[in-house]
Design a protein around this ligand. Structure first.
Ligand code: ASP
Length: 629
């Protein structure tokens, strides 16, 4: 610390030129300081082209690769913009040769040199800067790099925890650099577009009151008010509705949301969504805004043309045809109900399921060059379906002239042509069947088989297929707790025709609810909202909230609804998920700069972690030991 002060004092008395020379050799606290001052870049590592030959330039960056051919040194210098080849010729000064020989991977350096054209046979057409190289005249080491835990390649093959522990290094890989750039451009294009449509970007608080919104809240203890807590928002839902009451009819926010959920699939405790709310709108206004927005963004960021309108699919049709409410429309293999065929067959086990008000569905897997439906593969299919409830997957192999073979063939003797024509099956196709007494389980089992076929047969088209799933049921029955609950959240509007009779059969009520689905992922959910106190209270009651409890937890919203609330609705596309799809990744961790691992831990800073007793005392918290829990 003292040496630093001394150094600062010395600086004041020296002129800048003299300072530069001294600084390169400065020592602080006895340690050599490699470069306190440095030659600042005049160009980036992705910038130079043939036309720049002859220019003297300064580059700053990291040693990506370093090849040494005797006294001839090739250094691939990298920064966020690209890679430039730097050459230390064999006629370079001994000092320059010495620095070049000291370079190691990921050293941060400054290079001054002259741009020259590469000989024709050395041009690298794979690199934007491949026409040129920089003949180094001076190299300064700005900082050294310790032994690398992994190579900085385009994609990092190291295990996830190692990547996350050294995320600052992992971020240097071209894969991560590209994805973080894409994410930036995506958000930028969203902002720009929404500004042109007259939206205000408004922040809402991240310390809010805990309100049940579906998942578990993260709680923040209040130091000032012992025993009281703030919560981190699961989404800005109620605030955006209050902004509508506040007269800001077109709102958006790139909002961070927090949900204290168990590690499940590809989830993060915190994620980012584009939160949107609009007043005086009906469903189609929200959907068409999103179509315009994503049309613009995909064109701008990926030069990809989306259709002006995305297909709209009724929730029940989606479940029946694709086995899920987030269908991947990039391939066929649509699911068909084969109850009538089964009734006419001798398939007694399935007929019993039908007699018990169950369902039988089938998928026709197309003949695919080089793919064989082996016994082993059919077992895999059966195992996939079983996870969702179907006990087995009988199959029919279609031969010449509709001849059927396979485990279910004996039940359809004499019906071969009818079966093939109903399923649209041709020679070489395979028909797979699933059944269950429960409609959702039957759909989900068939859906899982369909997804597996799509991937394994390699029949998924490249590109992006958007659709809307609309008219979802408003309520779901919570079997464990024995009551109805909101399928989306409690602020969504029931469709008009159900409003008078909501309480009679909540399971039948459809909501003004919509999801935007892309390539088999749910990428956004939204709804037209309730803006009427009495209707809101009825929904609370159906979801097992007494008037008292509703008042206690949501009194502020009900109060606001007494003051001329406008009709309103909105949506919230997930930013992480969208960027993941655009960059063809399968985990949102690949598009988040500093994600947690699958155990909700950050290996880099070891979070979550203990806090000092003093901090706990200030927050009036006592940690229960395991045995006290
Ligand atoms: N707040 C909702 C969510 O986060 C989205 C919405 O209804 O706008 O899922």
């Amino acid at each position: 610390m003292r040496s630093c002060k001394l150094y600062a004092n010395v600086c004041i008395f020296l002129n800048v030129k003299c300072l530069k020379r001294i600084l390169l050799n400065a020592t602080i606290g006895g340690k050599e300081v490699l470069s306190m001052n440095f030659d600042q870049r005049t160009v980036t590592c992705g910038q130079l082209r043939g036309a720049d030959a002859g220019k003297t330039v300064v580059l700053n960056g990291w040693v990506h690769r370093d090849r040494n051919h005797g006294a001839l040194h090739f250094i691939n210098l990298r920064d966020r913009y690209g890679i430039t080849q730097v050459v230390v010729d064999d006629d370079a000064s001994p000092e320059l040769q010495k620095v070049a020989s000291e370079l190691r991977m990921e050293y941060c350096i400054a290079v001054t040199g002259i741009v020259r054209l590469r000989p024709d046979n050395m041009i690298n057409h794979d690199m934007p800067t491949g026409e040129i190289e920089v003949k180094a005249q001076k190299i300064s080491i700005l900082s050294k790099c310790a032994t690398l835990p992994f190579m900085i390649d385009s994609e990092n093959a190291a295990n996830e925890d190692l990547r996350l522990k050294y995320r600052f290094l992992d971020l240097r890989s071209s894969g991560m650099q590209d994805r973080i750039r894409l994410r930036h451009e995506f958000i930028k294009a969203i902002r720009e577009y929404l500004y042109t449509e007259g939206f205000y970007e408004i922040e809402t608080p991240t310390l809010i009151r805990s309100t049940p919104e579906g998942a578990r809240d993260f709680l923040v203890p209040s130091r000032k008010y012992p025993g009281k807590f703030y919560a981190l928002p699961q989404s800005p839902q109620l605030y955006k509705q209050l902004l509508m009451v506040g007269g800001f009819d077109k709102y958006f926010q790139i909002a961070r949301c927090y949900r204290d959920e168990d590690a499940r699939g590809d989830r993060q405790l915190e994620f980012t969504q584009l939160d949107v709310e609009m007043s005086f709108v009906k469903r189609d206004d929200v959907l068409s805004l999103m179509e315009r927005l994503f049309g613009h963004v995909f064109k701008e960021v990926m030069n990809y043309e989306l259709p002006a309108h995305f297909r709209r699919i009724d929730y029940y049709d989606a479940m029946n045809t694709y086995g899920c409410d987030k269908p991947d429309l990039r391939f066929g293999c649509e699911i068909k109900d084969v109850s009538d065929l089964v009734q006419k067959s001798t398939f007694e086990a399935y007929k019993t399921i039908l007699a018990n008000k169950g369902y039988v569905k089938a998928i026709c897997a197309p003949k695919t060059e080089g793919f064989d439906f082996t016994r082993k593969y059919l077992d895999e299919i059966a195992a996939t379906a079983k996870v969702y409830g179907a006990q087995f997957v009988p199959f029919l192999k279609v031969g010449a002239n509709n001849a059927l073979s396979g485990s279910a063939a004996k039940f359809f003797v004499g019906m071969e042509s009818e079966v093939c024509s109903f399923m649209g099956a041709k020679e070489g196709d395979v028909i797979l069947m699933v059944a269950h007494e429960n409609w959702k389980k039957c759909c989900a089992s068939a859906g899982a088989v369909r997804s597996k076929l799509g991937k394994d047969l390699g029949i998924i088209r490249p590109g992006f297929e958007f659709c809307w799933i609309v008219d979802f049921p408003l309520f779901e029955y919570n079997e464990e707790e024995g009551h109805w609950e909101a399928a989306h959240h409690m602020f969504s509007m029931p469709q008009a025709k159900y409003i008078d009779t909501l309480e009679q059969n909540p399971g039948e009520v459809r909501g003004d609810l919509y999801d935007m689905v892309v390539n088999g992922y749910e990428c956004a959910s939204g709804s037209i909202r309730i803006h009427d106190v009495d209707l809101q209270k009825r929904i609370f009651r159906i979801c097992n909230f007494s008037d008292e409890e509703g008042e206690k937890k949501f009194g502020f919203l009900l109060n606001a609804f007494k003051f001329g609330p406008p009709p309103h609705g909105g949506i919230a596309p997930g930013i992480d998920r969208m960027v993941m799809i655009m960059s063809e990744q399968s985990s949102i961790k690949e598009v988040i700069a500093f994600p947690k691992n699958s155990f909700a831990v950050s290996p880099m800073d070891d979070c979550p972690n203990d806090v000092d007793q003093k901090q706990l005392d200030e927050l009036h918290l006592i940690i229960k030991k395991d045995e006290e829990k």
